[in-house]
Design a protein around this ligand. Structure first.
Ligand code: PEP
Ligand code: MG
Length: 452
């Protein structure tokens, strides 16, 4: 009806859309809830499924507040990729807020203020306008390659889940892909994708990136990423069990198929392989052996770069040993924070304490960078810490030269990096390492860059 080009009939299409929403709400037993959103709505919910998020009219959503979920939950990643401010793990108290109240959500500070004074509302409206103007200016400059003010090259690339994400990433200014989470091809199905199916997807991403670098991570199944047909064993503590590269080496057929698909992607040199959950040098060597065998079987002689995720503290601690044999290192701050702070990343009660800005996590990133430098390797960050523009000065000061972020934050990150110089970054990193908590690090950064 919308395509008929008649505005009256197009309006009827919206009516039908509305009926669809209401019928669904009745069938789901949630009739009466505010499924039709007003302008500038703040959505309060216990949690949101990705499908529920997809159902929201994002043109109307000014922010999201969730009682549960965590910063690395799918809904948080989706909200970030769409540029929607979201405060998660806010506690059940937020579910008592009545509909229609004025609310200020500040996702930078993680604060939610109900019924603030009119003067504060006016201030925040003005700040939102200033921010929109800044974002528009940042977007206009986002296609240029990124350098610090003193000329240090910092690659700002995107995290991708599949070919469908490539266009948005490039529009956002991504200079390539620093982490393609290949598990998205394996989830929600009853059997593993075949070599040809995988190859088609990887090649489509490589083509879409038009020669820009592409880093594809091998299957990171287990723990929070369930792949039913992988026959994972029932374990007391799956996050400490068969996951990532351990699972791949335990059932090498899935790994071999994936490696063969990856090795076929052309042009050679564009695509690199990234290995998840490396904890020991044996993990890396065992996978290298598989890669070498499959290269031989395929008759490929052109080398392929193989990097490791630094997301287990042991990998940071022995980064010098690992960097001798890995081509690059990429820090996964989601898991690195989980394993450093001993906080389950899917436990909503502890989500607030799972802070990648924690100085203990930063110190491990520094160690990873030192180990890499000793062997002339580069270090990137592809965990969620890289998506905070405020983290850029610290990470660059610690020795990181690649930031792989969610598409929605790339323009802001590039704008931040362009204002920085290496001396300032090193001083900020040193200061952050000496602070007592993640919160203190955030506060220090927010004071230094109040508009970021
Ligand atoms: C990480 O752990 O930071 C990471 C990038 O990997 P994932 O979030 O997919 O576990
Ligand atoms: Mg991880």
């Amino acid at each position: 009806m919308r395509k008929l080009g008649n505005p009256v009939l197009a309006e009827r299409a919206s009516d039908l859309e509305d009926v669809r929403r209401r019928v669904l709400a009745i069938l789901l037993g949630v009739a009466g809830s505010a499924t039709v959103l007003p302008e500038n709505a703040i959505v309060f919910a216990a949690d949101l499924l990705p499908s529920q998020f997809a159902d929201l009219d994002l043109t109307k959503v000014a922010g999201i507040v969730l009682a549960y979920a965590g910063p690395t939950a799918h809904v948080s990643i989706l909200a970030a990729s769409k540029g929607i401010p979201a405060v998660v793990a806010a506690g059940v108290g937020v579910l008592c807020v009545p509909d229609g109240q004025p609310v200020i959500v500040d996702a930078d500070l993680g604060s939610v203020r109900i019924n603030p004074p009119e003067a504060d509302l006016a201030d925040i409206r003005a700040a939102v306008i200033r921010r929109r103007e800044r974002v528009a200016a940042n977007r206009a400059a986002t296609q240029d390659d990124c350098y610090t003010a003193d000329g240090k090259r910092i690659e700002v690339v995107a995290n991708l889940g599949g070919p469908a994400d490539v266009a948005v990433a490039l529009e956002s200014g991504a200079e390539g892909c620093g982490l393609m989470r290949s598990e998205f091809l394996f989830l929600n199905r009853t059997s593993a994708p075949s070599e040809d199916e995988q190859y088609a997807q990887y090649q489509a991403i490589a083509d879409g990136l038009k020669g820009r670098p592409l880093i594809i991570r091998t299957l990171d199944a287990g723990a929070d990423k369930d792949v039913p047909y992988a026959n994972l064993p029932k374990e007391e503590n799956p996050a400490l069990g068969m996951r990532g590269v351990r699972m791949s080496l335990w059932q090498p057929e899935l790994l071999r198929t994936q490696i063969r698909a990856l090795l076929r992607v052309k042009p050679y040199g564009q695509t690199k392989i990234l290995l998840p959950m490396i904890a020991t040098i044996a993990d890396l060597r065992d996978v290298r052996k598989v890669i070498d065998e499959e290269m031989k079987a395929l008759g490929r002689t052109a080398p392929i770069e193989v990097g490791i995720m630094v997301e287990v503290p042991s990998a940071a601690l022995i980064s010098r040993t690992l960097a001798a044999e890995a081509d690059f290192l990429s820090v996964g701050t989601n898991d690195l924070a989980q394993y450093t702070l001993a906080i389950d990343r899917v436990n909503p009660r502890l989500a607030k304490q799972l802070d990648p800005f924690h100085p203990a996590v930063l110190r491990l990133i520094q160690l990873a960078a030192e180990g890499a430098r000793a062997h002339g390797r580069w270090v990137g960050v592809c965990g969620s810490l890289a998506s905070f523009p405020l983290a850029a000065p610290v990470l660059i000061g610690l020795g990181v030269t690649e930031l792989s972020a969610t598409a929605g934050s790339i323009a802001e990150i590039k704008a931040m990096v362009r204002t920085l110089d290496m001396n300032k970054c090193k001083a900020v990193a040193e200061a952050a390492l000496a602070l007592e908590s993640g919160e203190a690090v955030r506060r220090m950064l927010a004071q230094s860059w109040p508009e970021a």
